[in-house]
Design a binder for this molecule. Structure first.
Ligand SMILES: NC(=O)c1ccc[n+]([C@@H]2O[C@H](COP(=O)([O-])OP(=O)(O)OC[C@H]3O[C@@H](n4cnc5c(N)ncnc54)[C@H](O)[C@@H]3O)[C@@H](O)[C@H]2O)c1
Length: 313
């Protein structure tokens, strides 16, 4: 395998740090851009990865890309919080649209550039209720976050059509796993509450469903996407629907804790049901989601225990 230069933006984050770990098992040279706004530099091993601390919207980021001339970019850096996107639409669009454009424009100047892998989201589908959602379902975002991710995809598509820019956009379902200090998703929030004996909060009746995919399966999909020759959009999911109430049930069985949730009003911007067909990516690659929910939660449990042991030493 020829050694390539791979840049991971947001490489210190929840998904990015797993991608970096996975790439370190390859012969490639790994570079990271991260402004550390939501992560710590200790998330990636010192010495093995070249880290540039800067904002993806900056001239410094463009300059760095010119300097390292990556063959591949895995673009993960983003504003990822739906509620923040509603409260601060300008910020969300600035990071997710303008930041993506800034990185993409710099990549267009790299002579041997091979592929831009973009982290998109199921939020693009919004209220489209044709489950399981396939990649040609009509985007109907119901949050600025879903809209900004869709716009990122559209710019990539446009640049592919007009300038032959090579890209692959992966629409992730709901990603879970041990998050450390990263912002919490529903599974991490439940975990914290359940293990500290507090009542987890459920927005709505808890019968809303999500397609939960384990973070290591996502990292593997991102690495495999580097070799996907067909430009376009791919769902990355388990293709299974799990209700929020079921998540809590499986978690309390695993942790052997009885829990009584606190039900609050459903939130604006949250979709009711979600399930993504993963057939297109499965047919294109050898990827498989290897963790069903119970197995992913078990892995999370083991990781948390290991971290606690390291902290105690
Ligand atoms: N976690 C999920 O469930 C999920 C689902 C769908 C899509 N995604 C997408 O996957 C990607 C990674 O998500 P994550 O869960 O790892 O999030 P994260 O917040 O843990 O990671 C994002 C990383 O980007 C960095 N960052 C943020 N803004 C930046 C900026 N302006 N310049 C440079 N660095 C910046 C942060 O410091 C962080 O390290 C995002 O694009 C997100 O939209 C995540």
């Amino acid at each position: 395998m020829r050694k390539k230069r791979i840049l991971v933006t947001g490489g210190c984050g929840f998904i990015g740090s797993r991608v970096v770990q996975r790439l370190l098992a390859t012969p490639h040279a790994i570079f990271v851009i991260d402004d550390l706004s939501r992560a710590d530099r200790s998330a990636i091993p010192e010495g093995l990865v070249d880290l540039k601390v800067c904002d993806i919207r900056s001239e410094a980021a463009r300059e760095y890309i010119r300097e390292i001339a990556p063959h591949f970019v895995i673009h993960l850096a983003a504003q990822i919080d739906v509620q923040v996107s509603i409260a601060e639409q300008l910020l969300d669009a600035d990071i997710n649209i303008m930041g993506t454009l800034n990185v993409m424009e710099a990549c267009k100047q790299v002579a041997d550039f091979e592929r831009f892998v973009f982290a998109s989201s199921a939020a693009v589908y919004g209220n489209n209720a044709e489950l399981p959602l396939t990649e040609d379902a009509i985007p109907m975002p119901i949050s600025p976050y879903g809209m900004s991710k869709w716009m990122g995809e559209e710019y990539l598509k446009l640049n592919h059509e007009t300038a032959d820019f090579p890209y692959c956009a992966l629409r992730f379902a709901n990603v879970y796993g041990e998050k450390g200090t990263a912002a919490k998703d529903v599974i991490s929030e439940f975990w914290d509450k359940v293990t500290s004996g507090e009542s987890p909060v459920i927005h709505g009746d808890g019968e809303q469903t999500r397609d939960f995919v384990y973070v290591e399966d996502i990292a593997e999909a991102l690495v495999l996407a580097l070799d996907v020759q067909e430009n376009g959009i791919y769902n990355i999911s388990t293709d299974e629907q799990t209700s929020i109430n079921d998540v809590l049930r499986v978690m309390s069985e695993l942790l052997q804790v009885q829990v009584v949730p606190e039900n609050r009003m459903a939130r604006v911007g949250d979709v009711r049901d979600s399930r993504l067909s993963n057939r297109k990516f499965l047919e294109m690659t050898c990827w498989q989601p290897l963790h069903r929910l119970a197995k992913g939660l078990e892995r999370m449990h083991v990781e948390k225990q290991n971290q606690e042991m390291v902290l105690m030493k």
